[in-house]
Design a binder for this molecule. Structure first.
Ligand code: ADP
Ligand code: NA
Length: 333
């Protein structure tokens, strides 16, 4: 039996989006506050450099992401907050898992195929191996639960496969079977410009996403210009079928307002987007602006952020160092 422990991470590869907030960070805060779990949250800078990162920007983005976590409600008292590269056991277990994972497994990862596209010969080896390092990020804490957006489901299945193969190959019951936690109305927030693409910080179109640092006017403008269809909102969920853009805006509303989609539709059914969009914009600004102003306040004192992260790394290594040591023993090192 394993201690109930949560691990999850976000790449410091750009500003945070509403997708990251609703699909990940808001859930991290929930799992921290239910109190049943020890929670570890991570800025995964080693993952970020699988594609080129300007060093000064990477350093800035890492601090800004830490500020985003804290401003959203992750408390450095209740959770362990770390930067991945500051806890070397992640990369050390990552190497062992590179030797457990199979090329064929990695080649089936749809996120790799999407990111590499036709350019697979020219992407970094790290981009291909990234899900094995992600498995190590989780297993180096013996984490049992990982809150993530839907796009990470396949990587969590791979994590289970790698852990099971390690246990099987070495005849041990050392790594737990981890559970992905993919819940809520916004497990997959879509682009505001294209209902078939997920909202992402790496989308070249800034109008496609809401950034956590966008000001009120920008949020309102992006929502006003969001792609929709000409029909009124339905009062039942079936009425959103084949209307991905409408569905996305309703999902966002529900997640921001901590309601189910059914509850939202009961209130807004029959409204035109000319009415619904301003209400959504007002809700988004009300929820996000306290977070962005707190982020700005925290970013004014980067030394304090660095101090908190240094403390987090020490706490993390109390967990990771013994697990890595035992792993080495099992492997014969
Ligand atoms: P991005 O895709 O924005 O670069 P990451 O790969 O760093 O984000 O993902 C960090 C977390 O945010 C993951 O748990 C991921 O599932 C979640 N996430 C990212 N984009 C979305 C989205 N559009 N909707 C819901 N969750 C998302
Ligand atoms: Na992602």
């Amino acid at each position: 039996t394993f201690t109930p422990r949560v691990f999850s991470g976000i790449q410091p590869s750009g500003g945070l989006t509403l997708g990251n907030y609703l699909g990940a960070i808001k859930r991290f805060v929930d799992m921290q506050n239910v109190g049943n779990f020890q929670t570890v949250y991570c800025m995964v800078d080693l993952h970020a450099i699988t594609v080129w990162q300007d060093p000064a920007k990477l350093r800035h983005n890492t601090r800004e992401l830490a500020a985003g976590f804290i401003a959203s409600g992750i408390s450095p008292e209740k959770s362990i907050l770390i930067n991945q590269s500051a806890v070397p056991e992640h990369a050390q277990l990552g190497w062992i898992f590179n030797c457990v994972a199979r090329m064929g497994w990695m080649g089936r990862m749809t996120q790799f195929k999407d990111k590499a596209g036709k350019n697979a010969e020219n992407v970094s080896l790290g981009l291909f191996g990234y899900p094995a390092l992600m498995a190590a990020d989780i297993m180096v804490y013996h984490a049992t639960h990982v809150p993530v957006g839907e796009d990470q489901k396949q990587h969590l299945e791979l994590t289970r496969d790698i852990a099971a193969k390690f246990n099987h190959d070495y005849g041990v019951d050392f790594f737990p079977e981890v559970e992905p936690v993919i819940e809520g109305a916004a497990t997959r927030v879509m682009s505001l410009r294209d209902g078939s693409k997920k909202m992402s910080k790496s989308d070249p179109s800034d109008a496609s996403r809401i950034n956590m640092t966008d000001d009120a006017d920008t949020i309102a403008r992006k929502i006003r210009k969001a792609k929709t269809d000409p029909d009124a909102l339905p009062s039942e969920i079936e009425g959103l079928k084949d209307r991905p853009e409408a569905r996305n805006l309703v999902n966002i509303y529900a997640a921001l307002n901590e309601q189910t989609v059914e509850q939202v539709l009961a209130d807004v059914g029959g409204q035109q987007f000319g009415t619904f969009k301003p209400a959504l914009a007002e809700l988004a600004v009300a929820k996000l602006s306290p977070i962005s102003s707190e982020m700005a306040r925290l970013m004014a004192d980067p030394a304090e952020i660095d101090r908190l992260l240094a403390k987090g790394a020490l706490q993390a290594r109390e967990i990771t160092a013994p697990i890595l040591k035992k792993t080495y023993e099992i492997v014969g090192m």
